[in-house]
Design a protein around this ligand. Structure first.
Ligand code: FAD
Length: 424
């Protein structure tokens, strides 16, 4: 019964999504015939080319009127498909598929409507975005989709594909060369990394350490229970309610070599690991607004404050340029930090920018929907669970097995208009 409800709600949500996308694509065909390239169009700048920024840029290239163009600023040479990072950072040989060329995202867009710049934005002024290269771009509208920062393996520091692949290969080698591995952080990334290591390399001793008593704290207790059982089945040691500290080399006699790390637990216990992988410490990339609108950055979460229209909000008495928007993980929208939510927000931003260009007030409102929070959590090589929680607190979950070790990475390439060729 539960599976039936889960899949019928999921299908309704996906059908609605597919129907909306088909309508958008049909409108894009007529838009292609009406849009005219002009010498100096006004810029609608999108900062950040990941799940939210790319969808927004695509929607803008399908809808902006003559006189405007979309400019996507992204520091990475390739789209980083984060969903596969936990597995591809453990299992050798698949890493190239995680980095997808941007070339296909606007191939059907009219000439002159899209510009893609590989650079880092370092500052926003009332009229311009300043880039690390020293260049600047004027903007008429600006959408901040800079997401969040997290240490590897969740995200990487390299901005070029070859270097990012080398970073992933180094992570695989470290895992291969270690017998006792600790993974710190029991969120989705930590759980996936720990279960993948143990299921691909069963001879290794793997310990997952989490500061709270509930794994996956952004979800409900049922997913925690399910993940805990899966960890037990795989013989991953799970330590909950502990925030261990690293014992500095040389101070502790348990440290046996410079590559090993000793963790000291609150109860006084100390353990030496060959490798400690940290899957914690997500921080919103909102610093770019810190000078222009410091009060628009939430003091507790570091996210950018937004109105329901996704226009940036600096609080009462601090007017912000209404042409500034924020979306995705960097924005405090109340939504789950997940891809589907980011895409819905991109639709809202597109609609509001178009209204404003047409001299109307922005009227599209973003409201989180339960199904945007659906997570598909892998629990080792084959097992997975799909889960979401309703606003009422009711939890729905299904589980199963899959033979797709590359986590259907080809689908992500197709969605970005790219031909699957990991070497590109
Ligand atoms: C390892 C991992 C696995 C995940 N798995 C899933 C999953 O299975 N399903 C799901 O729905 N969600 C998943 N998520 C969550 C999902 O990936 C996020 O919700 C999503 O990435 C948010 O997208 P975003 O565009 O808002 O931000 P981000 O993905 O964080 O992207 C921000 C982009 O902005 C760029 N950027 C930042 N600052 C600058 C700057 N100053 N100048 C230029 N560019 C800049 C970055 O390079 C990056 O490309 C996962 C997340 C992680 C980390």
């Amino acid at each position: 019964m539960e599976a039936l409800e889960f899949y019928s709600r999921g299908s309704r949500f996906m059908l609605n999504f597919v129907y909306t996308r088909i309508c958008q694509k049909v409108q894009a065909v007529s838009h292609r015939w009406t849009y005219q390239e002009i010498p100096s169009p006004k810029n609608v700048v999108v900062l950040g080319g990941s799940y939210s920024g790319v969808h927004l840029a695509q929607r803008l290239t399908e809808t902006l009127p003559t006189g405007y163009r979309a400019v996507l600023v992204e520091r990475n040479s390739h789209f980083n498909h984060l969903f596969v990072f936990p597995r591809f950072g453990v299992v050798p040989g698949m890493e190239q598929g995680a980095f997808i060329p941007y070339g296909g995202i606007a191939t059907t867009a009219p000439r002159g409507i899209f510009q893609h710049i590989q650079d880092s934005a370092v500052e926003i002024t009332p009229t311009q975005v300043q880039l690390a290269s020293g260049k600047s771009i004027d903007y008429e509208y600006l959408a901040v989709a800079t997401g969040s920062w997290q240490p590897a393996p969740a995200k990487l520091t390299s901005t070029e594909k070859a270097d990012a692949c080398a970073e992933m290969r180094a992570s695989q080698h470290r895992i291969q060369n270690s017998s006792r591995i600790a993974v710190i952080g029991g969120g989705p990334v930590g759980v996936q990394v720990a279960t993948d290591i143990k299921s691909y390399f069963p001879q290794k001793d793997v310990t997952l350490i989490h500061s709270r008593h509930q794994l996956l704290p952004n979800f409900g207790p049922r997913l925690h229970e399910f993940a805990l059982q899966a960890l037990k089945k795989l013989q991953v040691n799970t330590v909950l309610g502990q925030r261990p500290k690293t014992v500095v080399d040389g101070v502790d006699d348990l440290v046996r070599s410079s590559t090993q790390e000793t963790l000291a637990f609150q109860n006084g216990r100390r353990e030496v690991f060959d490798l400690v992988i940290r899957c914690t410490g997500q921080r919103p990339n909102s610093g770019i607004l810190a000078h222009l609108y410091p009060s628009a950055v939430c003091k507790s979460t570091g996210q950018i404050l937004v109105r329901p229209t996704l226009q940036i909000d600096a609080g009462a008495g601090s007017p912000v340029n209404p042409h500034l928007f924020a979306l995705g993980d960097v924005a405090k929208t109340g939504a789950p930090r997940m891809e589907r939510a980011a895409r819905s927000q991109a639709d809202v931003v597109t609609s509001n920018i178009l209204s404003m260009i047409n001299g109307q007030s922005p009227s599209a409102i973003y409201r989180p929907v339960d199904e945007e929070g659906v997570i598909k959590l892998t629990l080792g090589k084959y097992d997975w669970a799909m889960y979401f929680k309703e606003e009422s607190g009711r939890e729905l979950m299904v589980n199963g097995t899959s033979k797709s070790e590359d986590l259907d990475v080809r689908r992500a390439w197709i969605n970005l208009g790219a031909k699957y060729d990991p070497s590109t």
